[in-house]
Design a protein around this ligand. Structure first.
Ligand code: KIV
Length: 292
């Protein structure tokens, strides 16, 4: 059964850690859902993780809708979070509602996520008024990383931490049902998490948040082009396994080892003989090729 937003709040109240993970395709959606994770985020990190861009900025609504739909088709129980890409919600409330509606109606997302506070607060209110659940995201917000001075921890000075604290409270008041805290010093994230009634989901923000999220490819050990953030823990080395498997396949093909008998289809001997005779006599070409 699908996790509900009230159930998520209950998890925070009961002190049960919330597990979120990203996914970008159908088999990954199916695999992560079968493990019983609570939320599956179809993050705009797809842009750099699976589409080969240098940042999340180029992600488009068409791409996010297609990826969200693919993941959603594999997820039965977890809540699917569709990520609103850069410039899909910044222009106006109307565009934000239309684009979030697309992720939900065409992509099958249960709820959406957007980044930032300030101007995003009005968008959160508009989306919530339209009946759309919104997850906020503050701290390091990759869509505006350039303005933040790059991909680095946020809220490391008292003033910046104070602003983060206020942003988090404002997003809760605007109607967010949960909040991602990315790359925030652990004690600051803990203080914010204790103060909010909605759950916080941390990434690089220490153990004091109400839940954690990691990018699937990071934790599986399928590295991207850029440096790996210090908060990533690799639970497997799937990238190495993939490389070794493809190399083994290539070797077997080159050495005529693959495909073996068990990988091939058979034909009854009498049918094969009839076919072979026709080929040898040249009758197939003569009789049929002209009309083919
Ligand atoms: O796009 C994404 O994957 C995210 C997570 C890192 C929280 O926003």
């Amino acid at each position: 059964m699908k996790l509900s937003l009230p159930a998520l709040r209950e998890m925070k109240r009961d002190g049960r850690p919330i597990v979120m993970i990203t996914a970008y395709d159908h088999p990954s959606g199916r695999i992560v859902d079968a493990t019983g994770v609570d939320l599956v985020l179809v993050g705009d990190s797809a842009a750099n993780v699976v589409l080969g861009h240098q940042s999340t900025v180029p992600a488009t609504m068409d791409e996010m809708t297609m990826l969200t739909a693919a993941v959603n088709r594999g997820v039965e129980n977890a809540l699917v979070v569709g990520d609103l890409p850069f410039m899909s919600y910044q222009v106006s409330d109307a565009e934000a509602v239309a684009n979030a509606g697309r992720l939900i109606k065409d992509g099958g997302a249960d709820v959406v996520k957007l980044e930032g506070a300030g101007p995003s607060l009005e968008r959160v209110r508009a989306l919530v008024s339209a009946g759309i659940g919104v997850m906020g995201h503050v701290g390091l917000t990759p869509q505006t990383a350039t303005a933040l001075g790059g991909h680095k921890a946020q809220g490391r000075q008292a003033d910046a931490a104070r602003r983060l604290f206020l942003d988090a409270i404002s997003l809760e008041r605007a109607g967010c049902f949960a909040l991602v805290l990315e790359a925030v010093p652990a004690p600051v994230a803990t203080t914010i998490s204790r103060r909010l009634t909605i759950p916080t989901i941390g990434i690089g923000s220490g153990p004091g948040t109400d839940g954690q999220v990691l990018v699937l490819h990071d934790m599986l050990g399928i590295p991207g082009d850029g440096p790996e953030p210090r908060f990533v823990k690799r639970y497997a080395e799937i990238g190495e396994l993939m490389g070794a498997a493809v190399a083994a396949y290539a070797t077997e093909v080159r050495n005529h080892v693959y495909p073996a008998e068990e990988h091939t289809y058979t034909i009854p001997p009498e049918e094969l003989e009839a076919f072979q005779n026709a080929v040898d006599a040249g009758s197939i070409e003569e009789n049929t090729l002209a009309d083919w």
